[in-house]
Design a protein around this ligand. Structure first.
Ligand SMILES: [Zn+2]
Length: 76
């Protein structure tokens, strides 16, 4: 089981169709990043990218400890 999570604001995509569509957009995002001279951290920009500047990462959902850490950091 995998899910997509923003590395800054913690926004999650859990729907399998969303995940499939997002993975299809991965190469375009990576190309856009490299065109700006930066290495992509994740596979897509967050839906809240303008506010949070985060990127969506594909993670195994067993990494819940990390996600709790990230959401605590966001709350502070
Ligand atoms: Zn975000």
């Amino acid at each position: 089981m995998q899910k997509l999570v923003c590395d800054r604001c913690g926004l999650e995509f859990l729907d399998k169709d969303d995940i499939d569509l997002t993975i299809e957009g991965k190469e375009a995002w990576e190309a856009a990043c490299r065109a700006r001279g930066v290495e992509p951290r994740g596979i897509l920009p967050c839906k809240n990218y303008i506010r949070c500047g985060g990127e969506i990462e594909l993670v195994a959902s067993r990494r819940r400890g990390l996600m709790r850490f990230l959401s605590r950091r966001q709350a502070n």
